[in-house]
Each structure stands twice: as C-alpha cells, then as structure tokens.
Write a protein that binds this ligand. Structure first.
Ligand code: HEC
Ligand code: HEC
Length: 306
C-alpha cells in the first residue's frame, strides 16, 4: 500500500516537473471591441443608415447651413466619435445601448439615450437639442441599436469611450502644451485652433479646437482628462491609434491643458452637478466639496498630498 502510494506520488511529482518545464504562456490579451462599418448596414435598416449619416456628416444636415435644420456649430459627431463611433479607444458607442438609461451626476437624473445625445448637441456641438420625436433623433437611436444591440446589458466592452491616462505629479502645463500643439497639431487644426473649413463651405475638413466654432465650456472635451485621453489614443489623426501612439502621456496632458486654456463659447452650467461631491476631479468650475481652487481642479495635480 505504502509502495503503491509512493509510486503515485512519484508520478505526480514527475507530472509537476514536466509542467514546470513547459514554457510560460503569455497571457492572451482580450482584443478591444471594434464596431461594424457602415457598409454592413442592410438596406432594410435605412433608419440606422440615416443615423450613421447624421453622425458622420452632422454639419451637412444640422450645421449652420444645414439641409434639415440649422442647429449645430458645423462640427460632426464623428470628429470626436471616430468613424461613426466604431474605433477602439476612439470614444466609440459600444456601451450606449448596454448602459443607458443610467444615472449621471452631471444632471443628477436618470438619462435616456436621447437626453445624452442632446447633451452633445448642446455642448460638444454648441447647438440646440433635437426634438426627441424627430426622424433625426429616431435615426440616431436606430444607429445606436444597430451598433450595440449585441452587447450584454450593463457591460462595457474593452476600448469603449475615452481611456484614462496615468496622472502626472504636476499640473498639466499650457505653456509646454503650446509647443506640442505647434509641432504636432497646428498643421491640420490651424495656428489658432480655428480648423479648416471644407471646400463646399458647410463644415470642416479639420475641425476647430477652440474659438467660436468649437465645443463650449460645458462639453466633456473641456475636461483636461477627456481631451488628453482622446488625443493620446487618436491624434495626430491618421497616425495615432490604440496600437501606436505618438504623444507621450505628458505631451497629451499638456496639449490638452493648452487647448482648454484658449477661449471658447460659454454655457450656463448652473444646473450641472446638483451634488457637488460627484463632480469629476477635473471639472473646472466650483464650488467643490474639497475646497481646492478651480485652477487646480482644471489642470491638476489631483493626487492627495501633492
Ligand atoms: C467635441 C467632441 C464631441 C462631439 C462633436 C460629440 N461628442 Fe458625444 N461625447 C464626447 C465626449 C468627450 C463624451 C464623453 C466620453 C467620456 O467621458 O468617456 C461623449 C459622450 C457621448 C455619448 C455617451 C457615450 C457613453 O458610452 O456613455 C453619446 C451617446 C454621444 N456622445 C453622442 C454624440 C452624438 C450623437 C453627437 C453628435 C450629435 C456627439 N456625441 C458629438 C464628445 C463629443
Ligand atoms: C493630420 C491632420 C491632423 C493632425 C496633425 C491632428 N489632428 Fe486632430 N483631428 C483631425 C481630424 C481630421 C479630426 C476629425 C476626425 C474625423 O472627423 O474623422 C480631428 C479631431 C480632433 C479632435 C476632436 C474634434 C475637435 O475639433 O474638438 C481633437 C480634440 C483633436 N483632433 C486634437 C488634436 C491634437 C491635440 C493634435 C496634436 C497632438 C491633433 N489633433 C493633430 C486631424 C488632425
């Protein structure tokens, strides 16, 4: 019996040794979500196809010379939600259907998808809200369904939205950011962040980053962390993506600080963040629960004790 046991234990030992000798397997990286492209929209989904059009060419339909109505500033949703909101880490729409309606601290209410879309209409596109019953809002909703219906309820796919960059120990610096901007952004977005209007005159080839035609101070991009994360993973356009970045984290923070130190349209935010404890660290307008200044909240550093 004892002999028998020890024979087994030798076998077990041998097996264990063999296991040890096997080369360590690299952890399998889960690929981020990548959306379908517009050519996969079936003809019977024409409402979703129109929704894609509105997101890709917003200014053509809703801009200052809009074919449907003049509601927005001439930018496109797609300027910030790349390729129709399908790009990993490109502020994509993968988690919209799966996570809304949801409570948001900014409004202090449960927000539906049309409410969230209109937030971007009124802030990111510095415009006015779409009627929830309009064909345009219904089309945007149909597109969101087309893109996100297969995502399990309440889950957020890898690569959704805008990533958080590691924080710096110092404040993001607009002066250093001005140098990054000049060297890596101005060629497309213009020396004064004014962008470049398209030849047809209804929108932009390169969208503006500040000034009268840019997002207003209530927009998500006006938070330095959102702009830094977006720029790091997606800019310069055509070169940077989640696999290949051009900016260092510090350059991304600094250029975001520079862009958001420039003038842009105002917005009445008096009803935002009814519970001030829920304000994000980089929300640039007080009052705050922690007594730090607006400047420190806007540019950091946010780490305790620094
Ligand atoms: C100037 C940039 C900009 C433009 C233009 C813009 N958005 Fe946004 N949008 C953002 C940012 C920033 C967020 C928040 C992302 C984050 O915090 O991770 C956001 C979030 C959203 C969300 C919520 C996503 C989620 O997963 O919670 C929806 C829906 C949305 N936008 C729709 C639109 C639509 C539709 C348009 C056009 C009518 C539009 N956006 C135009 C910047 C923009
Ligand atoms: C090669 C030209 C090019 C360069 C260089 C470039 N961008 Fe962009 N950028 C674009 C284009 C084009 C878009 C809109 C993308 C779309 O609509 O598909 C864009 C969009 C943006 C947006 C969101 C829309 C807006 O206007 O607010 C931000 C923010 C941005 N770029 C920041 C930067 C920063 C920061 C740099 C420098 C690090 C930079 N870009 C360099 C072409 C460029």
């Amino acid at each position: 019996m004892i002999r028998h046991l020890s024979f087994i234990s030798i076998l077990v030992l041998l097996a264990a040794c063999q296991e040890k000798q096997e080369p360590a397997k690299a952890p399998v990286e889960e690929a981020p979500w990548q959306g379908w492209n517009k050519y996969q929209i079936k003809p019977e989904d024409s409402l979703a196809a129109y929704g894609h059009e509105l997101i890709a060419n917003t200014s053509y339909y809703l801009g200052p010379k809009g074919k449907v109505a003049a509601l927005t500033n001439g930018m496109n949703c797609q300027n910030c939600h790349l390729d129709g909101g399908t790009v990993p880490y490109g502020n994509n729409y993968s988690a919209v259907i799966s996570t809304y309606p949801k409570f948001r601290g900014r409004s202090g209410t449960y927000e539906t998808i049309p409410k969230r879309v209109n937030d971007c209409m009124e802030r990111s596109l510095n415009g006015v809200a779409l009627d929830t019953n309009s064909r345009e809002m219904q089309a945007i909703l149909a597109y969101m369904h087309w893109i996100g219906d297969d995502i399990p309820k309440d889950s957020t796919p890898k690569g959704a939205g805008i990533p958080d960059l590691p924080e710096m120990n110092r404040a993001a610096d607009p002066n250093l950011g001005a140098i990054v901007y000049k060297n890596k952004c101005a060629v497309c977005h213009g020396p004064n962040g004014e962008g470049q209007p398209n030849a047809e005159g209804y929108g932009y080839t390169y969208p503006p980053l500040w000034g009268d035609n840019s997002y207003n101070v209530g927009a998500g991009m006006y938070r330095v962390s959102r702009l830094a994360g977006y720029a790091k993973y997606n800019m310069p356009f055509g070169t940077a993506n989640y696999k290949n970045q051009v900016l260092t984290n510090e350059e991304a923070w600094d250029v975001a600080a520079y862009i958001n130190s420039r003038p842009r349209p105002a917005k009445d935010l008096s009803k935002d963040w009814p519970d001030i404890k829920k304000k994000p660290k980089d929300h640039p307008f007080g009052p705050y629960a922690d007594g730090l200044t607006e400047v420190q909240h806007k540019y950091g550093p946010w780490k305790k004790g620094k």
